[in-house]
Design a protein around this ligand. Structure first.
Ligand SMILES: *[C@@H]1O[C@H](CO)[C@@H](O)[C@H](O)[C@H]1NC(C)=O
Ligand SMILES: *[C@@H]1O[C@H](CO)[C@@H](O)[C@H](O)[C@H]1NC(C)=O
Ligand SMILES: *[C@@H]1O[C@H](CO)[C@@H](O)[C@H](O)[C@H]1NC(C)=O
Ligand SMILES: *[C@@H]1O[C@H](CO)[C@@H](O)[C@H](O)[C@H]1NC(C)=O
Length: 405
């Protein structure tokens, strides 16, 4: 039995852990400045905002609504706008001071466009020049004739995690503005790609595919056992009833997009498409082991063996074994090194119900609770990025603690 003081101590501990892992939230930072609302909106719909929130040591060059209008008037596709805007995110920290003191008056910085691997040659780089009169000029490497884009002001500096500055105009790069094919985000065709065929066949024959498809828009992560793994599992699969087959297949989907980077940086319980309340948890534990990501159920430990697609909102990874939920299969693996299960994402944030109900409420699928923090400035600028699992754990812990008192 824990004493109340032991509980508040671990509560404080959890809070401090969560404060340490909170990142920045570019959407919230810019929301305070209506003159950047268009830029902010496009960071969201291109999913660049999430990418920015996940990174550290970056600089975001925002442009005002008038500058965005001139970009939008070009009638570019969303995918192309994404390339253009990703040129406005530097993979280095440039606060106002550093900008005005660039070594020898000039430097070149890699951008998020360069990091996509789609920028040919030097197209993903931007030249920063400290020109006379305290002005700083930004020139895309593939468009040296653009000399009119300058630093306007600093919007926010969080050294050395993120600097948000305003620049006077859009950086014009012929390569970034070149038409690009939209990525294939058709889950049906993606699941038929190499490595997932046998799993896809089970999804269609069982009808479970429907649940996967209806989750796709809001984000989905599919862990698809390789064809060999499915073949080895066939005798056991045959033994399951139709509804058990469906649960088993849904167990391989998570209704939240998880990039490989997110999986590598978060450890903890993950709910699945099969999760239905406390009695049918159908969850598993994500664990990192060096660069490997393992998925552990109480019965089996599988390792991610490849990436089929990782393009928000869809991620599909191949795994080396079929995931066996304890709800359907007996047996245990390495019980000794099983980590203490983290409390799951809590949905309600009002006053908690009776203690026993906490778990019932914790059914929000996946580690994706978007917790609202208080309105003060510091909280506004931070939000759960990599720390989502922990943030959720803190919320859930709060509830059981409050209920206890
Ligand atoms: C920068 O990020 C690190 C790691 O997330 C964090 O510990 C630190 O407090 C952040 N700095 C600021 C100024 O927010
Ligand atoms: C998705 O792909 C499948 C199979 O390739 C195709 O039949 C279907 O029409 C596609 N759906 C959309 C919306 O393009
Ligand atoms: C399938 O079920 C039968 C009857 O319960 C059992 O004897 C057999 O061992 C099971 N096969 C597998 C592969 O689990
Ligand atoms: C960032 O802030 C926006 C607006 O307040 C919010 O909708 C979004 O969920 C936040 N993102 C994260 C990752 O917390």
């Amino acid at each position: 039995m824990q004493t109340p003081s032991a509980i508040s101590l671990s509560f404080l501990l959890l809070l401090s852990i969560s404060a340490a892992v909170h990142g920045h939230n570019i959407t919230r930072i810019l929301a305070k400045h209506p003159e950047f609302s268009t830029f902010n909106h496009y960071l969201t719909i291109t999913h660049l905002a999430n990418e920015i929130n996940r990174r550290q040591t970056i600089t975001v060059c925002a442009v005002d609504n008038a500058a965005m209008s001139s970009l939008l008037s070009k009638g570019l596709s969303i995918q192309t706008i994404k390339n253009v805007l990703s040129l406005h995110v530097f993979a280095d920290y440039f606060g106002s001071k550093k900008l005005h003191q660039v070594t020898k008056g000039s430097t070149s910085t890699a951008t998020m466009y360069q990091a996509t691997g789609e920028a040919p040659g030097t197209a993903g780089y931007v030249h920063i020049t400290d020109i006379k009169g305290g002005k700083v000029r930004f020139t895309p490497e593939d468009n040296p004739s653009q000399t009119d884009t300058t630093y306007v002001k600093s919007i926010l500096e969080m050294p050395y995690n993120i600097s948000v500055i305003q620049i006077s105009a859009i950086l014009q790069s012929p390569e970034a503005e070149a038409p690009t094919a939209a990525p294939d985000l058709n889950l049906t065709s993606l699941l038929q790609r190499e490595g997932c065929q046998a799993f896809y066949d089970l999804l269609t024959t069982s009808g479970a595919i429907g649940t996967f498809l209806s989750s796709a828009d809001g984000g989905v992560t599919v862990f698809c056992p390789g064809d060999d793994a499915i073949a080895a599992f066939a005798p056991k699969y045959k033994n399951l009833t139709a509804s058990e087959k469906t649960s088993l297949l849904l167990y391989h989907g998570v209704p939240v997009y998880n990039s490989m980077g997110m999986l590598r940086s978060s450890n903890g319980l993950m709910n699945t498409l099969a999760t239905e309340g406390a009695k049918k948890k159908y969850d598993f534990t994500v664990q990192n082991d060096g660069n490997d990501v393992t998925l552990k159920t109480k019965v089996v430990k599988a390792t991610i063996s490849g990436t089929v697609v990782d393009e928000e909102p869809i991620a599909i990874y191949t795994i080396d074994k079929v995931l066996l939920p304890r709800e359907l299969f007996k047996g245990t693996v390495e019980e000794a090194e099983e980590p203490a299960p983290a409390p799951k994402a809590a949905k309600k944030k009002k006053k908690p119900a009776k203690k026993g109900d906490t778990e019932e409420e914790a059914d929000a699928p996946g580690p994706d609770s978007s917790d609202d923090y208080s309105d003060d400035d510091a909280a506004d600028q931070t939000a759960s990025g990599g720390g989502r699992l922990v943030a959720s754990a803190v919320m859930a812990f709060c509830f059981s603690w409050l209920a206890f008192v």
